[in-house]
Design a protein around this ligand. Structure first.
Ligand SMILES: [Zn+2]
Length: 510
């Protein structure tokens, strides 16, 4: 069915208008936007929606998330990444999550994302210990049923966990080390697996895609890091990875490879326009220059980076260098919600403490670009979504401009970034389909899913609490590793936005 929005305020985020709103009608036919303009004729049979005092804007892009964390929202506090991972991604585990809960977990992630205005989700899926096509298919099933656009990976790690962090081998007692088996996938096996996913899931429903993901350069062998890049480039999909998120990781590059992790990636040929780097906090001037030359992307996870005490990414410098920047929640344990509007607000404010130079603060317009068109670019979907343009897929939000957040309306881009939290969303359209209307998800029976989760989750979370206890024995050694790496890192000349966060003299390079 066609959707005809009459007399809307339109924030297209296209090259011509940017964040300057204009009035007009917008017509959706099938999965696409087919017309935008004043006084358009209404096609026969179209559903006409009065969009007076309503805003149409592109659906938001969540450029980085891990659906495997969704049942751990609100569970942890006061842990840096390396300690938090011990519990959210337990080293010692028993059975992987059941297939039904795996499906429901992805579904819940999509449901809350859609209601929060996210129409494109990038799920860096993690499912140790194996690579099972049927289990990954359940993730695609969930996103298919929910109606969201999604890039899904199956994240690979091929190094033993104790070899992915500095100092751990010397700190961890041998009997504890002996309890943990390493992963057993080869680059060839990962490639064969990815080929099978591309053959069966990629392009599904016209809105689901597969992408390559090697967890991080310190968690994978050089051969594994290199393995998927050719395929990502041939398929035109993103190559997703995590780089320099934490203070510990700043030590890791020099210790493991004798150079920064970004320079290492550059030298092994995996810094390309397809590369999307989650975090990019502890990067140097040299790293930023390499990233800019490569034309790669960064997913900026402002809330997760604060929750885990990781640091503040130097977003202004990355933008200056020509790096594409999208916004991510990261998993819903390190962020606790799927709301990109929250990330937008924080991203807009956070960098104001990084420099006293107000010219270098993030503008609302830049934040909106990151949440829409540039976010789409980080997912290699810039030609598909992220702006309201004729010919593009119809991923859009209709926002009510008559509520508190817009009374009075001064400057729309500011209201969307500084005032809005998603509560003014009246309609969400993904790939031409109305998926949320007046606060209700139309694709899924929310009450039914909540009832089933209510039945199944207590036993699952009790089992997880058992795993937490089992894994707690490793914590003192990981905390000591973190302390050592962090202390050592204070002496390393690294960027922290434009201002050193550690006490002492300005440590900017040069
Ligand atoms: Zn991540």
């Amino acid at each position: 069915m066609s959707l005809f929005f009459r007399n809307a305020t339109i924030l297209s985020m296209d090259k011509v208008h940017g964040v300057t709103p204009f009035s007009g009608d917008l017509l959706v036919e099938g999965d696409r936007i087919v017309a935008i303009g004043a006084n358009l004729p209404v096609p026969a049979g179209a559903r006409v929606i009065d969009a007076g005092r309503k805003l149409l804007m592109p659906g938001l892009v969540n450029a980085h998330l891990h659906s495997c964390e969704t049942f751990f929202k609100g569970r942890y506090h006061g842990m840096p990444l390396e300690v938090w991972m011990l519990y959210s991604y337990p080293i010692l585990m028993k059975e992987p999550i059941s297939e039904r809960l795996l499906y429901l977990r992805s579904l819940l992630t999509a449901m809350e994302s859609l209601k929060a205005g996210v129409t494109t989700l990038v799920d860096d899926f993690f499912d140790p210990p194996g690579f099972d096509l049927n289990r990954l298919k359940l993730v695609f099933d969930a996103y298919d049923h929910a109606g969201i656009r999604a890039n899904v990976s199956h994240c690979v790690i091929d190094k033993h966990v104790f070899d992915t962090m500095p100092y751990l081998r010397e700190l961890m007692p041998q009997d504890l080390q002996d309890e943990v088996e390493g992963p057993s996938i080869t680059p060839d096996e990962y490639i064969a697996y990815c080929q099978a996913v591309f053959a069966t899931q990629h392009g599904r429903a016209g809105r689901l895609g597969f992408m390559i993901s090697a967890s991080a350069p310190q968690r994978c062998s050089t051969e594994m890091m290199q393995a998927g890049m050719g395929m990502a480039q041939a398929k035109g999909v993103a190559y997703h990875t995590h780089v320099l998120e934490t203070k510990t990781q700043a030590v890791t590059g020099p210790k493991f490879y004798g150079r920064s992790l970004i320079r290492y990636m550059h030298e092994i040929g995996i810094l390309t326009p397809n590369t999307t780097i989650a975090h990019s906090i502890w990067v140097s001037e040299d790293d930023i220059a390499l990233m800019g030359e490569a034309g790669c992307s960064v997913a900026h996870n402002a809330i997760s980076n604060l929750k885990l005490g990781s640091g503040i990414a130097p977003i202004r410098r990355l933008l200056d260098a020509g790096v594409h920047v999208g916004l991510g929640t990261d998993g819903l344990s390190s962020n606790d919600t799927a709301r990109i509007f929250d990330v937008m607000r924080l991203a807009a404010l956070l960098h104001e403490i990084a420099t006293p130079d107000t010219e270098r603060w993030m503008t609302a317009a830049e934040v909106l670009r990151s949440a829409t068109i540039e976010g789409a670019r980080t997912a290699m979907l810039g030609q598909v979504t992220g702006s309201l343009e004729v010919g593009k897929r119809a991923d859009l939000l209709m926002i009510d401009l008559s509520g508190y957040d817009y009374m009075p309306l001064n400057r729309l881009d500011h209201h969307l970034v500084y005032c809005e939290n998603g509560s003014s969303i009246r309609m969400v359209i993904a790939n031409g389909e109305v998926v949320v209307e007046d606060g209700k998800l139309l694709t899924i029976d929310e009450a039914e899913i909540f009832a089933e989760l209510g039945e199944l989750l207590p036993a699952y979370l009790a089992e997880h609490a058992y795993l937490e206890n089992l894994n707690a024995r490793f914590e003192p050694y990981i905390r000591e590793m973190y302390r050592r790496a962090t202390v050592q890192n204070i002496g390393i000349n690294r960027y922290q936005g434009d201002m050193p966060l550690w006490p002492g003299p300005d440590r900017r390079a040069g």
